[in-house]
Design a protein around this ligand. Structure first.
Ligand SMILES: [Zn+2]
Length: 161
């Protein structure tokens, strides 16, 4: 909060209070245009300072909410990320993050995209086939990695996954 704005607000209110106090003790209240003008000026200054403070408070409240949302998102990501460990996918040694057994909690074994992980986004790599090749594909960023091949004769997988 701006200290100068607060000081201007209190200064304006103090001036208005002093003028009102001085005018209460005089019978020339209505005739004294100078004091009325000063009073009006002080009240307008105080009102402007109060409005500026209100706008600043609104802006700061919005910024605090934004930072709280970012913090919640960061904490949630850190909790999710802790369940995965960087590993290399055979046969090429491409990196991906694998769900750790201790944290699986009934979830099937899977990998998440290393590129998306760096952007703090969990994207499960999906298995796909193209002809006789098998690969893992990230729907979020388009990453794909060859992971094996299907043999045409036996139909068995040559994949190491
Ligand atoms: Zn990805």
């Amino acid at each position: 909060m701006d200290v100068n704005s607060i000081a201007a607000l209190f200064s304006g209110l103090k001036s208005a209070h002093e003028l009102l106090t001085a005018m209460e003790h005089t019978r020339e209240f209505v005739q004294n245009g100078t004091q009325l003008s000063q009073l009006t000026r002080s009240l307008l200054d105080a009102q402007a300072a109060a409005m500026a403070l209100q706008l600043e408070q609104h802006s700061l409240t919005a910024r605090i909410q934004e930072l709280e949302d970012q913090l919640k998102s960061k904490i949630k990501w850190e909790e999710q990320a802790a369940d995965y460990k960087l590993t290399q996918l055979p046969p090429l040694g491409v990196y991906a993050y694998e769900l750790q057994g201790d944290n699986a909690a009934g979830k099937p074994r899977h990998y998440i995209c290393a590129h998306c992980y760096e952007d703090e986004r969990k994207s499960i790599l999906q298995p796909r086939s193209r002809g006789f090749t098998r690969y893992l594909f990230c729907n979020a960023c388009g990453f794909e990695s060859f992971v094996g091949s299907n043999t045409a004769v036996s139909g068995s997988s040559g994949s190491m996954l």
